[in-house]
Design a protein around this ligand. Structure first.
Ligand SMILES: *Cc1c(COP(=O)(O)O)cnc(C)c1O
Length: 223
């Protein structure tokens, strides 16, 4: 086995069944993605629109693409045909553009709402204060071309495990609360996407069922 296949194998062995692994392949070349693909990996996460679009034609058709980066509304149209899920919906404006553009190409796209629970300014996402607005929007049932599948979030970038666990726990609470009110109209609302290379084990301990792992699979990124 090559290193990439070995890493995927190791991570999968540690993940409880039911936890989906997204291989975050941003900044890595097609050969690396193919090594992952050949070991059985099918879901790839990318955070830049141009890079994702450029990679798609070089990979087998059954590779699935999740967008995980900040998405500008003017790039939604070109991204949509390529992705099965957008994990990083961080504003109602973006949600509306995704829905409108998906309607134009007759697509129903899976989305996760990104929540921001840390005190770091640099991170995007809805805050807990926006919870009621979001709930109201989702209950309005005017988004016929998106499937609300759950939420995504990140923990503070720190070595303090208590802070990381508490961030993941906050995300889990938001997920449960939202699920309670909207799941009767959104039966696919099941995914709690949290955890990256450094913290995915802690995320899983706090209820994550989708982890987004990059450097532990592919090595350090060269920006
Ligand atoms: C880059 C990225 C990851 C993967 O990070 P690693 O530390 O390389 O595992 C996960 N989620 C998001 C949103 C990212 O941008």
């Amino acid at each position: 086995m090559n290193d990439i296949a070995q890493q995927i194998f190791n991570i999968k062995q540690e993940l409880p069944s039911g936890v989906v692994l997204v291989a975050v392949s941003k900044f890595h070349p097609i050969e690396a993605l193919m090594a992952a693909y050949n070991s059985g990996q099918r879901i790839f996460g990318e955070s830049r629109v141009q890079e994702l679009i450029a990679k798609v034609p070089h990979m087998p058709a059954d590779a699935e693409w999740h967008f995980i980066g900040h998405l500008q509304t003017n790039k939604v149209k070109s991204l949509l045909p390529c992705v099965s899920m957008i994990q990083s919906v961080d504003s109602l404006k973006l949600l509306k553009v995704i829905n409108d553009e998906a309607a134009k190409i007759d697509k129903i796209v899976d989305v996760l709402l990104e929540f921001h629970v840390t005190h770091e300014d640099s991170k995007t996402g809805f805050t807990e204060n926006e919870f009621v607005d979001i709930e109201t929007e989702l209950l309005s049932q005017k988004y016929n071309n998106v499937r609300f599948c759950g939420i995504m979030g990140m923990a503070t970038n720190t070595d303090d495990q208590d802070i990381i666990l508490s961030d993941f726990s906050k995300l889990h609470i938001i997920f449960d609360k939202l699920k309670q009110t909207i799941s009767s109209n959104n039966p696919e609302f099941k995914t709690l996407s949290m955890g990256m290379s450094e913290d995915y084990k802690m995320a899983v301990s706090q209820g994550s069922n989708m982890v987004r792992v990059g450097s532990s699979i592919f090595g350090i990124r060269e920006y």
